[in-house]
Write a protein that binds this ligand. Sequence first.
Ligand SMILES: [Fe+2]
Length: 345
Amino acid sequence: MVQAWIYNEEDQSDQREAHHLTPDEPVPLPVLRSLGVLYWRIDPSGCAEDPHKGRLGDIRKQRHYKNHDIITVSPDKLPNYEEKIRSFFEEHLHEDEEIRFVLEGTGYFDVRSDRNQRWIRIAVESGDMVVLPAGLYHRFTLDTKNYIVAMRLFQDAPKWEAINRGDKAESTDARKQYLEFNTKVTAEEDAAKQVTSKKVESVNGESFTLQSGARSLANYPHMRAYGGLLYISGISSRRADNTHRGAEKQADGSFKLDAAEQTAAVLDNISVILGRVGASLRDLLDITVFLVDMSDYAAINDVYNSYFPNPAEGPTRTTVAVKQLPHPNLRIEMKCVARDPRGSK
Ligand SMILES: [Fe+2]
């Protein structure tokens, strides 16, 4: 499973060393997602021979990754090895996504957070598929094992043009679009932090109603605490202003609905609600997922798995398709129960 952490820039050792901070500062997958980095775990066996098989094939189809090649980076396979890996380690961006599926070996992708300019190091190993968005500054290095075999995927003809950090990179459309995306995500994160809630105690426990986030549309709280458990109402991707994440208005007035983005939004909203009592997604015990169309199942699972990478620690889950949700733009809603880290109330 992919591991990520803040890169220690003070550590002057070889780029192939892990460069952890002391103490280590791990970076969870949702943070990578908020930078636009996507991650999947896929069984790599047989993928080199049949590069359209199973899960890999599904993702390729979904994301229009028509072409690919396979590269081996190791001292005996790559001429001028030391020089080459130093050049991969130059901070750069691309005008297209960088898509890598690791078939064998290990390595590190470093991505630059535009929020605080820190490097986040992502360790990849066999079976990890990582997508870096166009316009995000990054770099790559092998680790001390000096060996990786990776499938590079492309939407169009294979090309690899790196634009090093500087004026040229800043003036690309890819960079401008990425910064626009980043500003939006940062604003969402800031808004989430400022959410306040009203707590009321009654015979059936404590109720929590968000005051500055999306309001309930009838007389129910967002969350109720009782007997050491937290019960959370059905949550959608609705924002405080009643628009929805994952439902973007098009020039013709119609809405482009994105079930994957809505899934991330729902989980982020649940996370904000749980935060009222100091709980997090890790405290979830059970989730019921409501979809209006089961054809979204694979797409929502990809996002879901990035929030809950380890089934042994994740909540139980049931997914059902329903005829409708309360707003036509909604593709998904979730209802859940969590443990209350404060104990029995
Ligand atoms: Fe790159």
